[in-house]
Design a protein around this ligand. Structure first.
Ligand code: ADP
Ligand code: MG
Length: 724
């Protein structure tokens, strides 16, 4: 299910265009949106009626797909793609690297007379067999058993990818698994978790008396934050090129303290990028909707209209890829790293999640009187239960190297998972928890105090920007997800833990004599047992951390610590029970992600060493010798040189210190790298290498603030953040 795009608003957001241009964009947009997608509309047009019907049965109800149907679909897809200039097709999948993978095959098949015909069979559509030996598998598949299979995910439409060179590729979203059927990717568990939560939600709906809904799907709108910097600066920074973030850099005189970037007017150069980005995304059916300046200088955000979570995950991959591609066309580089610059906000992905039914209900819609909305209260209770019980797994789903620099670092949500519900819902739950009658506040209107302004209906929750898991009116916003990561991991966890809570609810209700009494008991118990997860205050304060400790909520500060939650018997039981991940699949992910962490830090350490040896030390040494000569010359003519001497003294002692720290860092990184086992290895990188890198950075940054700008070998923070 892909939700419709409100095309009218696009013309309005492009106010800097002339009237003529504006109408052209509005007109074109409805035409170009989805023009590169083999979507429902195209399938209806191009497929014979019975094939279309059979395929729809598979997409909507998971009915088995026959090879006969696949052959007809493949042929129609091929014709459609070739008409639009495609020469190749690819099975597009999402290995555990977190990004996507594709291998292109042309449609050609040689004929006996020396020519070619264009072919694409049903088998080629539904199954691929890439050499899987070079993807991380965490021991699920030895390199000599290279077989991996890709299987068509027909619930996410095939589309055409175009590149600047004019290549057009029919791109088929697929799941990726091993010869023995283990999931080697991020999509398979996500699809399994969608089934799990759908099944349990359906049981709850049925027992509550809903006989019309056939299917429930998790919906997802991921807001994507990113930075843009000029490519000429990027090219001079080995840290950005290899590690995705700056490993050095003294603070610019200005940061984000004036709060003048957030929602500020968008500069023309950025706006040109955003326009191009929108067009590329719209063509591929990605419903790019919102764009704005974010809090940090040079930081931006885009959000699509929400979609079914597996489509949202595919689309978010396209968003990240297209942002990076389009930026280059504008001589910009798009940084997706969670913390590209120290001292200003980093980037995250806000995951807006809800459950929708095929007949158009949002199961997290409280309505005007949430206190007597039994269905809503049951689903809300399931979320409280799930998040409280499995906060550690949710945190693990949002862990990556870059996020260690964000979570708990006084900007993004803290490392403690809690839920924001707002005053009204909290009051209702507190009353229900005590077994008392609850009431809703009803519709309120804002008093603005100016008669000419319209009366605005007031939402029943205020915003809380500091909460990691906030109820925002009719959905939950999980704000811990890393900006550079796939959203699949976090949503696989979320779907699964909610499935478990709904399963328990359904089982109780199915056995209950009086449904109404039982729902009241379920809500009451959820509030009393899991109410500690609710926190409506400022999550960035120390008071909250103290309070969270009192409530015994886990405060998990690092990736290494977070990932451990996925390697416990409790996690195995949960993910096996709902057939989302087997013990082996879980274990493999644990290892792959730990190794990824160690490799990330190792790259950072090597880039640090490289920059210090080849750029910073030579520049500092050059300057110290210039200063020394200047002092000698001044002395020879009897002129005062105390300023120069003092400066030389300061710089020389920093140089000395940096040089020692450099040696220490190299040795520690080598030592950590020699550790064979994944967990102790990752811990050595976290506990030894990261602090050594930070120590070295502080000396180098201090030197940057003492040396003439003309001698500093790399672009400064001010260059990168403010010169766009
Ligand atoms: P804000 O930054 O104010 O939180 P945005 O407009 O940037 O809001 O993003 C909100 C996101 O939430 C959008 O992607 C939107 O489509 C999505 N969303 C809205 N309703 C739902 C829903 N029922 N399920 C999932 N996502 C939703
Ligand atoms: Mg937003």
């Amino acid at each position: 299910m892909l939700l419709s795009q409100e095309t009218g608003t696009v013309a309005r957001s492009n106010q800097d265009h002339s009237m003529k241009d504006r109408s052209k964009i509005a007109f074109n947009l409805t035409k170009i949106f989805g023009s590169n997608v083999f979507n429902d509309r195209t399938m209806k047009e191009r497929l014979p009626k019975d094939t279309y019907k059979a395929l729809k049965e598979t997409i909507e109800k998971g009915a088995p797909l026959t090879l006969e149907v696949a052959n007809v679909v493949a042929n129609a897809m091929k014709d459609w793609a070739i008409e639009r200039g495609a020469t190749h097709y690819t099975h597009w999948f999402q290995p555990l690297t977190g990004r996507t993978a594709e291998k292109h095959d042309s449609f050609i098949s040689p004929t006996v007379d020396g020519g070619v015909v264009m072919e694409f069979s049903g088998r080629q559509l539904i199954q691929g067999e890439p050499d899987a030996s070079s993807f991380p598998s965490g021991g699920l598949r030895a390199a000599f058993e290279a077989r991996g299979y890709t299987a068509w995910d027909c619930t996410s439409p095939a589309f055409l990818k175009e590149d600047a060179a004019g290549n057009v590729t029919l791109t088929i979203p697929t799941a990726f698994c091993s010869y023995t059927g283990e999931a080697l990717d991020k999509k398979t568990p996500l699809l399994r978790s969608m089934d799990a939560v759908s099944k349990q939600a359906m049981r709850v709906l049925r027992v509550l008396g809903n006989q019309t809904t056939q299917h429930v799907t998790p919906t997802m709108g991921p807001e994507q934050e990113y930075f843009l910097i000029d490519k000429k600066y990027y090219d001079q920074r080995i840290d950005l090129i290899t590690a995705g973030r700056t490993l050095f850099g003294a603070q610019a005189p200005k940061g984000q303290e004036l709060e003048d970037q957030y929602f500020g007017a968008i500069k023309d150069r950025i706006s040109a990028f955003m326009k191009d980005l929108d067009i590329e995304l719209w063509k591929m059916g990605v419903s790019s909707k919102t764009k704005h300046n974010e809090v940090a200088p040079a930081q931006y955000e885009m959000a699509p209209v929400f979609a079914t979570v597996n489509i949202a995950a595919d689309h978010n991959q396209l968003v990240m890829e297209t942002m990076q591609k389009v930026a280059l066309r504008h001589h910009l580089v798009c940084l997706l790293h969670e913390k590209p610059f120290a001292g200003v906000n980093g980037s995250g992905k806000h995951n807006n999640w809800s459950l929708a039914t095929d007949d158009g209900l949002n199961l997290l819609e409280p309505g005007k009187t949430p206190h007597d909305n039994e269905q809503f209260l049951v689903f809300l209770s399931a979320l409280l239960t799930a998040v409280d019980r499995h906060a550690d797994k949710l945190r693990a789903g949002a862990a990556n190297t870059g996020n260690d620099l964000r979570l708990g670092a006084n900007e993004a949500p803290p490392a403690v998972v809690s839920i924001f519900l707002g005053e009204e819902l909290t009051d209702i739950l507190v009353a229900l928890g005590k077994g008392k009658a609850a009431s809703s506040k009803g519709q309120h209107f804002l008093q603005i105090g100016v008669d000419s302004l319209p009366r605005l209906p007031k939402d029943n929750t205020d915003r809380n920007r500091t909460s990691p898991f906030a109820f925002t009116g009719n959905k939950f916003e999980f704000r811990m997800v890393p900006s550079s990561a796939s959203i699949s991991g976090a949503n696989t966890v979320l779907n699964t833990i909610v499935a478990e809570a709904l399963d328990e609810t359904a089982t109780r209700l199915e056995k209950a004599k009086n449904i109404h009494k039982e729902t009241t008991a379920i809500v009451k118990e959820a509030v009393n047992q899991h109410g500690r997860i609710i926190y409506n205050g400022n999550n960035y304060t120390d008071e909250w951390l103290k309070e969270a400790k009192k409530r015994d909520l886990p405060n998990i500060r690092s990736t290494v610590e977070a990932l451990a939650a996925m390697a416990t018997p409790a996690a195995e039981k949960l993910f096996e029970k709902y057939k989302v991940l087997t013990k082996e699949e879980l274990q493999s992910r644990y290892e792959v992600y730990l190794e990824k962490y160690a490799k990330d830090i190792n790259i950072e350490a090597r880039a640090s060493v490289d920059m210090v040896k080849k750029l910073y030390l030579p520049a500092v040494i050059q300057y110290t010798s210039e200063l020394a000569s200047a002092i000698a010359r001044l002395r020879s003519v009897g002129a005062p040189s105390s300023v120069q001497k003092a400066l030389l003294g300061k710089i020389s002692s920093l140089l000395d210190s940096a040089s020692n720290k450099l040696d220490a860092l190299e040795a520690l990184a080598q030592k950590a790298q020699n550790i064979r086992e994944a967990c102790p290895g990752a811990k050595a990188f976290r506990d030894k290498v990261v602090p050594a890198m930070n120590g070295l950075r502080s000396d180098i940054d201090a030197l940057e603030s003492l040396l003439p700008a003309s001698l500093w070998p790399v672009p400064s923070y001010a260059d990168m953040l403010f010169k766009l």
